[in-house]
Ligand binder design. Sequence first.
Ligand SMILES: Cc1cc2nc3c(=O)[nH]c(=O)nc-3n(C[C@H](O)[C@H](O)[C@H](O)COP(=O)(O)O)c2cc1C
Length: 101
Amino acid sequence: MNVLVAYASAHGSTRSVAENVGRSLSARHQVTTRPVAEIIGLDSYDAIVLGSAVHDGAWLPEAREFVLRTPPPSRSSRRGCSAWGSPACCHARCVVPRAGS
Ligand SMILES: Cc1cc2nc3c(=O)[nH]c(=O)nc-3n(C[C@H](O)[C@H](O)[C@H](O)COP(=O)(O)O)c2cc1C
């Protein structure tokens, strides 16, 4: 599978987690690990892993923007999504809730 590990990090620890996730996955998959702000298209990926630092109970703005600008997978798509850092969803029809809300 082609896997994208996308992250938003203010001070580097989320990037470090993302790089470790990417390294682990690369034993079995083709993996690209990249900051969300640098991601343009998702067509070449079969699965997305997304993570963000949490500031004041919310993902960083670039991570929220990435979720909102990412189209929902088509019905026929097998694309999966996994997220860490806060409850989230992989497509724009879902809400990225603030912690505690
Ligand atoms: C300004 C600021 C606000 C934060 N707010 C929260 C928060 O509301 N909840 C939380 O669990 N962690 C909070 N944290 C901790 C960060 O989410 C945590 O340190 C994270 O790993 C930082 O990731 P980064 O190094 O990739 O930026 C905050 C950190 C900073 C600097």
